[in-house]
Design a protein around this ligand. Structure first.
Ligand SMILES: [Zn+2]
Length: 300
């Protein structure tokens, strides 16, 4: 007698409930050089002895198409990235994010028509096993959404991050997003309209400013807001010898002050953008210090 038992189905991939794109769409994205990595993977941190989820903020746009994928916390607040990725290539990977649970926002734009999938991913303990499972749940799915403003055009750049497409139910009623994710959806919309994208639109730097300040996080309202855009290396190049440049990472700017972090000392060198001024972050503010003091601080 033949064995008619079916093989057990493999567990659903972590990308379950996300956007499942037809081959033609994937090819069109590939042809345009837009690379998005929406997968959520399970990773083990050996030192911390814990498992975490890993997601990659990625994507970008050309004029007729865009795709972007971003990750936020369960409450919609931005996640700090582990590492931002600076590469020559555009419309690719921008930052790596790790957390025990995360919400993925995935968008596709074909001209003015949009797709959106919001999914929640978390770890679930498996009895008698150290390795947990990834559990995924769909929070929102919007199809054939519309946004009448051509956000990818330069003249509408100022509106990026303020608008999001509208999705309708099959019965023609506008669907409402989960409110806590509205901000992240608008930012991901901007990412899918960002031609030649090289930035992180949703993830935030790991510690806003100083490790030496102890507990600083992006959500602390007392902090000076840090924005991360194109790296500006010029102030650093004027301040340190060429052979030391590779020791620094660009972390963003706080107003007119550019922030660089030393890879080894983990300290910051903060330099005025259009000046030869140096700053130390103290008690939530940037205080001007001498060049010598700034360099001594960051190197020690
Ligand atoms: Zn961008």
């Amino acid at each position: 007698m033949t064995n008619v038992l079916k093989k057990p189905k493999p567990p659903r991939a972590a990308s379950s409930h996300g956007l499942v794109l037809p081959l033609g769409t994937l090819k069109a994205l590939q042809k345009r050089g837009i690379y998005c990595a929406p997968g959520v993977s399970l990773e083990h941190q050996h030192l911390a002895r814990r498992y975490v989820l890993r997601g990659v903020e990625s994507g970008g746009a050309v004029s007729d198409m865009g795709r972007a994928c971003a990750f936020v916390a369960e409450n919609g607040s931005p996640l700090p990235w582990l590492q931002s990725i600076h590469s020559i290539a555009v419309n690719g990977r921008h930052a790596i994010l790790l957390a025990e649970s995360m919400v993925r926002i995935e968008m596709l734009r074909s001209e003015r028509t949009w797709e959106l999938a919001i999914t929640f991913h978390t770890l679930s303990r498996v009895p008698e096993r150290a390795r947990p499972q990834i559990v995924s749940r769909s929070l929102f799915r919007g199809r054939d959404g519309v946004l009448s403003v051509d956000l990818w055009k330069e003249e509408h750049r100022a509106l990026r991050g303020r608008l999001a497409p509208i999705f309708y139910s099959r019965a023609g009623e506008a669907l409402t997003y989960p409110p806590s994710f509205e901000d992240a959806i608008r930012k991901t919309t901007a990412a899918a309209c960002c031609i030649g994208c090289k930035h992180t639109h949703v993830g935030v730097p790991p510690t806003v400013v100083n490790h030496e300040q102890g507990t600083t996080s992006m959500t602390d309202p007392n902090q000076v807001a840090v924005t991360v855009g194109e790296p500006n290396w010029a102030p650093l190049e004027c301040a340190v010898p060429a052979k030391e440049l590779e020791n620094f990472m660009y972390m963003g700017c706080a107003g007119e002050i550019e922030l660089y972090k030393h890879r080894f000392t983990r300290r910051y060198l903060n330099i005025g953008r259009n000046s030869e001024r140096f700053y130390r972050y103290l008690n939530g503010d940037y205080v001007e210090i001498s060049r010598a003091a700034a360099l001594e601080h960051v190197r020690s």
